[in-house]
Design a protein around this ligand. Structure first.
Ligand SMILES: *[C@@H]1O[C@H](CO)[C@@H](O)[C@H](O)[C@H]1NC(C)=O
Ligand SMILES: *[C@@H]1O[C@H](CO)[C@@H](O)[C@H](O)[C@H]1NC(C)=O
Ligand SMILES: *[C@@H]1O[C@H](CO)[C@@H](O)[C@H](O)[C@H]1NC(C)=O
Ligand SMILES: *[C@@H]1O[C@H](CO)[C@@H](O)[C@H](O)[C@H]1NC(C)=O
Ligand SMILES: *[C@@H]1O[C@H](CO)[C@@H](O)[C@H](O)[C@H]1NC(C)=O
Ligand SMILES: *[C@@H]1O[C@H](CO)[C@@H](O)[C@H](O)[C@H]1NC(C)=O
Ligand SMILES: *[C@@H]1O[C@H](CO)[C@@H](O)[C@H](O)[C@H]1NC(C)=O
Ligand SMILES: *[C@@H]1O[C@H](CO)[C@@H](O)[C@H](O)[C@H]1NC(C)=O
Length: 464
């Protein structure tokens, strides 16, 4: 924070007049979502982005300048997926059918009707992405004031729209920046390369090609881990809800009622905390957040034998961009796209990619993040907080509008550039490649350390 933050606030004051979308009450460009952080930062991948505490300062180290910045972003907050929205609705119908008397914190349920949509960004989610574009511009202003990022998006509507909203924020920031050249950017709206999510398409921003994972037992590990944990933590919650309401909810439905807290919150344009949230204690939200972390960890991270494998294609593309050399990959990259400078230009200094939580989790894992002694295997029977897991939790890594920055630094008196990785403002220690007190690794050491991805990451196991 510090100096960066102050520049940012000064800049925002200018930006606010030029740009009509004021940040929603609970959300802001720099700190992200801050209403009731003691619970809202424990909603797993359903937490709205918030600035995650960092042991290492995220400021650009003195005597260094940024020579390259690439962001990998999740889409903004959305409605529940179609299958979940049907299940949530049915659960609410069941409650309304059987409950006569709503008292205390349940009073709001008497008049609550289920109106959430399916799959699409909410207005709150669109604004999160606008804010994200502003924040990226501000951090990388030296490059951003002169350049336009090369942008790719996975093909699903909410992801492409997220990319568009991000460019709105980036562009608005540029327009209001007196130092920017050109002052207005004639290339706006920026072009976005959308890569289809259809079956069989090679897309490094969306999984689907790893057959053994998609069709086999490895795809079920996460659900098994979550079941063990939910049978334990959600049993007393279920008992309480059923005693209070008499709606005979199952464990699964108990968790649905918890899900309705984040989903109704992000359905509010201002991110106003939903009354569902008050039905549960702070400790129960920690248990819930952990339940979501188990889903990501055993689905797409080191808890799954084919989790990291699915992030390899993107990591090999990142290596190509960092080193200015053609992509070498035999996993999920598309050679037609990646060998064409129009669809995969090298030598650019700003890149932005838009994807999903699962894919980002796999990519972080393929990069070797959260794979050291500081991130022990997640137990299925007790909560381990992110601080004790080397900074790993679903909420700290892949909340709505999550963003990871990959930056190169040129530092005075040093011939070789450095690389840093910053996940939701938390600087990764990168001990794997000898990260220093700024979290920096020499570019060559960073790449050397990515042997897992460079050697294919066990892609053949997807077809074994
Ligand atoms: C529910 O709606 C009715 C009719 O509009 C109103 O009288 C009642 O106060 C409302 N209850 C709550 C808890 O908001
Ligand atoms: C919820 O379910 C009811 C009953 O099936 C249906 O009439 C209503 O349209 C559904 N609402 C939503 C938002 O899906
Ligand atoms: C977000 O982008 C979509 C186009 O993809 C646009 O329709 C919408 O208005 C934008 N949201 C805001 C808040 O400007
Ligand atoms: C690769 O990209 C090209 C160009 O967009 C497309 O025509 C082709 O279908 C893609 N192939 C695969 C396997 O994704
Ligand atoms: C958690 O559960 C999963 C799925 O059953 C299992 O693979 C994993 O080993 C368990 N984790 C621990 C630490 O026991
Ligand atoms: C409660 O639901 C279970 C199914 O989850 C069902 O077997 C049981 O009969 C129900 N009990 C009551 C009292 O409705
Ligand atoms: C798509 O990926 C597969 C490996 O999964 C590879 O065999 C194929 O050549 C790739 N297609 C293109 C167009 O790159
Ligand atoms: C995680 O660490 C182990 C032990 O050092 C190593 O064998 C494995 O390749 C690493 N995984 C990834 C994806 O880098």
């Amino acid at each position: 924070m510090g100096a960066t933050m102050i520049t940012g606030l000064a800049f925002l004051a200018i930006g606010a007049t030029a740009y009509p979308h004021r940040p929603a009450a609970c959300d802001s460009v720099f700190a992200g979502y801050q209403c009731q952080p003691e619970i809202s930062h424990f909603w797993g991948q359903y937490s709205p982005f918030f600035s995650v505490p960092s042991d290492i300062s995220a400021d650009i180290p003195a005597h260094c300048s940024v020579t390259f910045a690439s962001v990998l972003s999740r889409h903004g907050a959305r409605d529940p997926t179609a299958s979940k929205t049907a299940a949530y609705n049915a659960t609410i119908q069941q409650i309304h059918k059987s409950v006569r008397d709503y008292t205390g914190p349940y009073a709001f349920l008497a008049n609550y009707s289920y109106t959430l949509g399916a799959d699409q960004l909410t207005l709150f989610g669109e604004n999160e992405m606008i804010n994200s574009g502003i924040k990226f511009y501000d951090r990388y202003e030296d490059l951003a004031s002169k350049l336009t990022p090369f942008i790719r998006s996975s093909g699903e509507a909410r992801v492409v729209e997220s990319a568009q909203n991000w460019t709105q924020g980036f562009h608005a920031a540029k327009v209001s920046d007196r130092g920017a050249r050109p002052h207005g950017d004639s290339t706006y709206p920026y072009s976005i390369l959308a890569i289809s999510e259809d079956a069989g398409v090679n897309n490094t921003l969306n999984h689907g090609l790893c057959t053994v994972f998609e069709d086999g037992p490895d795809g079920d590990i996460a659900a098994a881990a979550q079941k063990t944990w939910s049978n334990s933590f959600a049993a007393p919650i279920r008992k309480r809800l059923n005693a209070d309401l008499g709606a005979n909810l199952t464990i699964t439905q108990t968790i649905y009622i918890m899900d309705l807290c984040p989903f109704n919150t992000v359905a509010s344009p201002t991110g106003a905390i939903s009354p569902f949230c008050a039905l549960f204690t702070e400790q129960e939200w920690h248990q819930y957040g952990y339940y979501e972390s188990l889903n990501k960890y055993y689905g797409y991270s080191h808890g799954n034998p084919l989790g990291p494998t699915q992030g390899v294609g993107y990591v090999n593309e990142l290596i190509a961009r960092l080193t200015n050399r053609p992509v070498v990959d035999h996993t999920s990259t598309n050679r037609t796209l990646d060998s064409n400078p129009t669809t995969f230009p090298l030598g650019r200094k700003l890149y932005a990619d838009f994807s999903h939580d699962n894919d980002m989790t796999a990519i972080f894992s393929a990069l070797g993040l959260y794979n050291t002694s500081t991130t022990p295997m997640l137990p299925n029977t007790t909560v381990v907080e992110a601080e004790q897991e080397g900074g790993y939790s679903a909420a700290w890594t892949v909340p709505f509008a999550a963003r990871a920055y990959f930056e190169k630094l040129q530092c005075r008196g040093e011939r070789e550039e450095y690389v840093r990785v910053i996940v939701n403002d938390r600087v990764q220690a990168l001990e794997q490649c000898g990260g220093d007190r700024y979290g920096r690794c020499k570019l060559s050491k960073f790449v050397d350390n990515l042997g897992f991805a460079r050697s294919g990451g066990g892609w053949d196991q997807c077809f074994a």
